[in-house]
Write a protein that binds this ligand. Structure first.
Ligand code: HEC
Ligand code: HEC
Ligand code: HEC
Ligand code: HEC
Ligand code: HEC
Length: 398
């Protein structure tokens, strides 16, 4: 999230730990993580490596999925630009971001080496690079032990069978929403605005019917255990969040009356959950050539709209799970109008685009320039519909 005060981000996982997955998760997501240390001597080079490509040589499906996910791109130019600004050797300060973006101790070391240009390493010590973001090992390896969920079919390996990397430690917590909360939910004492933590996904989910009905983050974001984690950057996933209706409009009395309604029927948290995306709803008349008639276009924002310095929330118009919103339209029928157009536009990185523009205005940075280019290229049209506007003719009577 943005560039947040380091002070807050260094706070460790707090709260009381009762249930067994919580105790496991508190250890698993300890901050900062301890180094894995050397792999057992009998591991082959592929088994010992923390490089996702090595895991992928046996777990091809997960690797192919992960590569397309944002977890694998969690160390993009926006991050690198800000880490660089903290100072090349500032390992402790980097942790404020690496905790979530590239959590392995080996990655923190690698980042310092890369930024200080001491990139040549003794052979065999190059475990995993910081640039790989949230890797397989970041979620699945601690102290060189591989951890994972029970087998999908519920069976257990035959006793005495020797598996690669000495098998794995079975942890039910991998199927628990709290596994994701480690990075997708701020603690109560982290930055919050209007009484809501800046990242509040897990709490929004807990208050929804999805939690009550046993639909976890994994059910929607890892269906069939796929490692895709599609979210607001993916049009298809985002369409699945909403039910959109545009009942027929009317043009009685020289006015156009219409409605667009949206319901959050498919996201397990607020739509959208973060302060970073902006969703724009537009209803307006267009002329014969399909050009919008400026004065007739109405726009509504669906977002948790915060200031760039993250000190104030201007508005929170997000749709909570199950919530429906109706945007009415009632305006004079423009003499040029031929149609009424409804559009929903998603800008997944709107906050970051503004943030990079503001930062670049103060000091140039090729990395942030590239980050801005990426942030500006992510918007897409989620929905559009057109209704012809029937103009009353002489045959319609008075
Ligand atoms: C040499 C091949 C090989 C390599 C390399 C390898 N694995 Fe495995 N892994 C296996 C096999 C085989 C199993 C056992 C599958 C079974 O019996 O259900 C397994 C099991 C697992 C499981 C448990 C699967 C489940 O059903 O819950 C996880 C998690 C896992 N590996 C993660 C990793 C990670 C992360 C890496 C890289 C750091 C890695 N593996 C590298 C072959 C490999
Ligand atoms: C170690 C921290 C960490 C954990 C654990 C984690 N994530 Fe993420 N996740 C991130 C970061 C960081 C990003 C943003 C990557 C980027 O764009 O730079 C992200 C991105 C995502 C996105 C894409 C959002 C978008 O904007 O489209 C989804 C969906 C997601 N995570 C779901 C999950 C789920 C589900 C789990 C639990 C199985 C999980 N994450 C566990 C850190 C984490
Ligand atoms: C508690 C976990 C967490 C911490 C700590 C964290 N982030 Fe993030 N960050 C996320 C998640 C989750 C996303 C994706 C959701 C979003 O876009 O808001 C993200 C997205 C981003 C993005 C946009 C995606 C991209 O890769 O360009 C940037 C930039 C970013 N964070 C910078 C930082 C910086 C800089 C720090 C350290 C000061 C930091 N983050 C600390 C969780 C975290
Ligand atoms: C954000 C954390 C995260 C990352 C990164 C991640 N995994 Fe997983 N992985 C999980 C979770 C959570 C599950 C269990 C999902 C469930 O139970 O629904 C899982 C399940 C698995 C399984 C069992 C799959 C099955 O079908 O039974 C394997 C094998 C595995 N992961 C390997 C990998 C490999 C290899 C990579 C890297 C290419 C990787 N994981 C990256 C969180 C992660
Ligand atoms: C009922 C299905 C469902 C559940 C449960 C669910 N999500 Fe989502 N999630 C979605 C859909 C659909 C989207 C795309 C629309 C959106 O962004 O809200 C999404 C978007 C996201 C995003 C993109 C960022 C943004 O601003 O919206 C993140 C991150 C995310 N989910 C994380 C999680 C985490 C963590 C959990 C568990 C606490 C979770 N989700 C539970 C369906 C679900």
């Amino acid at each position: 999230m943005g560039r947040l005060p380091v002070l807050f981000l260094l706070v460790l996982w707090g709260g009381t730990l009762e249930a067994e997955p919580e105790a496991f998760l508190a250890r698993h997501w300890q901050r900062p993580l301890a180094a894995n240390g050397p792999a057992p001597g009998h591991f082959s080079p592929a088994e010992s490596s923390l490089d996702p490509a090595a895991c992928g040589s046996c777990h091809l499906r997960q690797f192919e999925d992960w590569r397309t996910s944002l977890h694998s791109r969690a160390m993009g130019p926006g991050l690198m630009g800000q880490l660089q600004a903290m100072g090349a050797g500032a390992r402790e300060e980097h942790q404020a971001c690496l905790h979530c973006h590239a959590p392995l101790a080996e990655q923190a070391d690698h980042l310092v080496r890369t930024l200080t240009a001491k990139a040549t390493l003794p052979p065999g010590t190059e475990a995993v690079s910081a640039a790989q973001g949230l890797t397989c090992a970041g979620c699945h390896v601690r102290g060189q032990v591989r951890l994972g969920p029970p087998r999908a079919d519920g069976s257990v390996p035959e006793p005495g069978r020797v598996l690669p990397h000495a098998g794995w430690q079975v942890e039910k917590a991998f199927a628990d929403a709290r596994f994701c909360a480690a990075c997708h939910q701020f603690e109560p004492d982290w930055p919050s605005l209007n009484g809501k933590p800046l990242e509040n996904t897990n709490a929004e989910w807990q208050a929804s019917r999805h939690a009550a009905e046993g639909r976890t983050c994994q059910s929607c974001h890892m269906p069939g255990r796929r490692h895709l984690w599609r979210g607001i950057h993916d049009p298809e996933m985002t369409r699945s969040a909403l039910t959109i209706d545009t009942p027929p409009s009317s043009t009685a009395g020289g006015r156009v009356r219409a409605e667009l309604s949206l319901a959050n029927t498919g996201a397990g948290h607020a739509f959208p959950t973060y302060v970073t995306p902006r969703v724009q709803v537009e209803i307006g008349q267009e002329d014969r050539e399909g050009r919008p008639i400026g004065s007739s276009v109405e726009r509504h924002l669906i977002a948790r709209d915060v200031t760039l310095d993250l000190t104030a929330e201007r508005a929170d118009t997000r749709l909570m799970p199950g919530e429906r919103r109706r945007y009415g339209y009632d305006r004079p029928l423009d003499p040029r109008a031929q149609g009424l157009v409804f559009r929903v536009i998603v800008q997944p990185d709107a906050f970051y685009a503004d943030f990079y523009r503001a930062t670049l205005a103060r000091s140039p940075s090729p990395l942030l320039q590239e980050a801005l280019r990426q942030a500006e290229s992510s918007p897409y049209e989620l929905f559009s519909a057109r209704q012809p506007l029937r103009r009353p003719g002489p045959w319609d009577g008075p």
